[in-house]
Write a protein that binds this ligand. Sequence first.
Ligand SMILES: Cc1cc2nc3c(=O)[nH]c(=O)nc-3n(C[C@H](O)[C@H](O)[C@H](O)COP(=O)(O)O)c2cc1C
Length: 318
Amino acid sequence: MLMLAPMEGLVDDVMRDILTRLGGVDVCVTEFVRVTSVLLPARMFYRLAPELRNGARTRAGTPVRVQLLGSDPACVADNAARAAELGAPAVDINFGCPAPTVNRHRGGAVLLKEPALMHDIVAAMRSAVPAHVPVTAKMRLGYEDTAHTLECAAAVADAGASELVVHARTKVEGYRPPAHWEWLARIREHVSLPVVANGEVWTIEDYRTIRSVSGCERVMIGRGLVAAPDLAQRIAAGTEGDPMPWAQLLPWVEDFYTQCRAKGEGSRYPVARLKQWLGQLRRTYPEAGQLFELLRRETDEAVVGLRLAGAVSAAASG
Ligand SMILES: Cc1cc2nc3c(=O)[nH]c(=O)nc-3n(C[C@H](O)[C@H](O)[C@H](O)COP(=O)(O)O)c2cc1C
C-alpha cells in the first residue's frame, strides 16, 4: 500500500487530484485541520478536504483521510466525530508537526514528550468515532531524541489506533537526511498495529530499501511524489525505468495551474503555487528549472498562463 503524505501548503485537493490521476496512490491524507477549543463548522473541513463532497475520494477514486492537529482530547475527539460524520473514511492525528507556533500551542511533535497525553487523545478519538471508521496517527521518532519512541508508539497502539505512520526522524532533525529507517523495524516489532514507513523515499530503489530495512508493507511518500509525480505509478506497475518525460508531464502542470486559477483565491495564488511546484520538480527535471527561471519575475496570472501554454506546445512539437 502506498500513501500520499499530508503536506500543508503543498498537497491540497488540486495536487491530490493530479497525483492520484497519475496513478499508484492508494490513500491520501489532508493537510492538518487545526483544532483548538471549539467544534469546527463543516465549512472548515470542506475547505481543507473538498473531497468530502465527493464521497471523500479524489476524482480518480482514491480515498482521502482527514488529519487533525490538537492536544485537548475531548475537543480533538468531537472534531474527529464531525470529520467522520462528514464522510471521512479515517481520521488521523498529527504528532509530528515541527512548526514552532503549533508546538507552542502544544500541538504536533511537542506531544511526543507526553506519551500519556498521546494515549488519551487517541483513546478519546477512538471512542467518539464510529467503530467502522479507523483512527490513525502520524508521529516522528521523538522530539529531541529517541528516548521515548517505543513508548509513544505503544501509547498510540494501546489507545486503539488502527495504523501508525512514522516519519523516521526526530523533530529537531527537521527534514535533514538521513531518515532512520532502521528505527521503523524496531517500532514495528514493538507494537501490534500496522506501521507505515515514511521519510526520504525519492526513487523506486528507496522504496524497495525502506520496505526491506523496515519490514513495513505500507509506505507513505511526500516530497518524492511531488518531485517525481509518476513515482507511485511506476512503483505500482513494478516497472523499472526513468520518470515520465517532461513533455508528457507538462500538460499535467498546466492542468494543475488551471485548477489553481479556478479556486478564485486571487491572481497571486495560482502563480505562487505553480512556482512552488516547479521548484520541487527541478529535483527531477532540469526543464522545470528553466521554466521556473522564465516565470521567476512574472506575477500576472494571465501572462503566466500564456507562457505555460507556450511551453506545453513547444514541448509537444518536440
Ligand atoms: C511542506 C510540508 C508540509 C507538511 N505538512 C504536514 C502535515 O500537514 N501533516 C503531517 O502529518 N505531516 C506534514 N509534513 C510531513 C510529511 O507528511 C512527511 O512526513 C515528511 O515530508 C517526510 O516524508 P517525505 O520524505 O516522503 O517527504 C509536511 C512536510 C512538508 C515538507
